[in-house]
Design a protein around this ligand. Structure first.
Ligand SMILES: [Zn+2]
Length: 335
């Protein structure tokens, strides 16, 4: 039986109350940082909504009625779940067309038919437009649930037709306790992981299992090296590319934003890379505040290019970053 995560109880109570009072809107938008568990939350909620055991007090689905059985077998005819076919790709227009056709038919068992769209913000304009018509004139029994880590990327026309349920970064005690239990055998501090993960506990677990934490040391060294005359920006970019451009750039953003924080307020800076404070402070002392801020803005721009519709070469984006980082000093020295 699937359950919600401990940091999601408030949102669930709110939704179940709406459900009991028959006030559930046709379209909901669940949003929150990566690794907050939006999919699990949506599935638990849908299972409860479709459950046929008619006990208004029941907070979770019964788990043994016909509907729950179908749900557990992943074959409930009144639930459709769509997501990008590949990681990092878009939800496509033909998937949305299928969904529209699906919700336009009467439900099979309960009185609702639910469709969940994961990573809804990956829809391009024409895909979003196709969905918009259904949001404007929803079939009577249909409920749409959109999941998004970046709701601001959704067209305002879509957003304005959905009721939002927001999940804040989970830094609560319940989230830390949950994470500590999951990471019983890890040497890394749960608080550090949670910070690096931007408040997404599931993302924090991923981080604990990846090799990227030691990679941060290399990135720090490279940033330091790029400030020196004999460094080779192309070679460094090549090395970064081995770890994946998107990963590198997102780690660079975390590191550089910490450097800015330490520059602005060395004693009290609320940094993400808690374990690197000393090294970060050292590098931050050697760098110019303006360079750090411009560098951060530049990397943010490049991060958007990497995730954007244009197919830039990852290597060339990384080279732009290393060159920017190297030459910024030169230009300031000349001026
Ligand atoms: Zn049930």
């Amino acid at each position: 039986m699937i359950e919600i995560f401990p940091w999601q109880t408030e949102q669930m109570q709110r939704l179940l109350l709406m459900h009991q009072q028959n006030r559930l809107p046709h379209a909901l938008l669940f949003s929150g940082p990566r690794g907050i568990g939006l999919k699990r939350f949506a599935l638990v909620f849908v299972m409860r909504t479709l459950c046929l055991s008619n006990n208004g007090q029941l907070e979770i689905a019964c788990g043994h009625c016909k509907s729950c059985e179908l749900f557990k077998g992943k074959s409930h005819p009144d639930l459709k779940f769509i997501e990008p076919e590949e990681n990092g790709k878009m939800v496509k227009v033909n998937q949305i067309r299928e969904l529209i056709e699906y919700v336009s038919f009467k439900s099979f068992s309960a009185d609702t038919k639910i469709a969940i769209i994961k990573s809804a913000d990956t829809m391009n304009r024409s895909t979003a437009n196709a969905l918009l018509k259904t949001l404007e004139e929803p079939p009577a029994q249909s409920k749409l649930i959109l999941l998004s880590h970046y709701p601001s990327k959704l067209p305002i026309t879509i957003r304005s037709r959905c009721q939002r349920i927001d999940f804040k970064p989970a830094y609560s005690e319940s989230a830390t306790a949950w994470l500590s239990e999951k990471l019983e055998h890890s040497k890394i501090c749960p608080n550090l992981l949670l910070r690096l993960a931007g408040g997404g506990p599931l993302k924090a677990i991923e981080l604990a299992n990846e090799d990227y934490l030691p990679y941060r040391h290399e990135l720090l060294e490279d940033l330091d090296l790029l400030g020196k005359e004999n460094s080779d920006p192309v070679k460094i970019a090549k090395h970064w590319n081995e770890f994946g451009a998107e990963n590198t750039v997102s780690w660079l953003m975390r590191i550089i934003s910490d450097l800015v924080r330490l520059k602005l307020c060395p004693k009290k800076a609320n940094i993400m890379n808690l374990d690197l404070r000393e090294d970060l402070q050292g590098l931050s002392n050697r760098l110019d505040l303006l360079k750090l801020i411009r560098g951060y803005e530049f990397i943010l721009l490049k991060y958007k290019e990497l995730g954007g519709a244009m197919n830039y070469s990852p290597q060339s984006i990384l080279e732009e970053i290393t060159l920017f980082w190297k030459n910024y000093d030169d230009s300031t020295l000349k001026s």
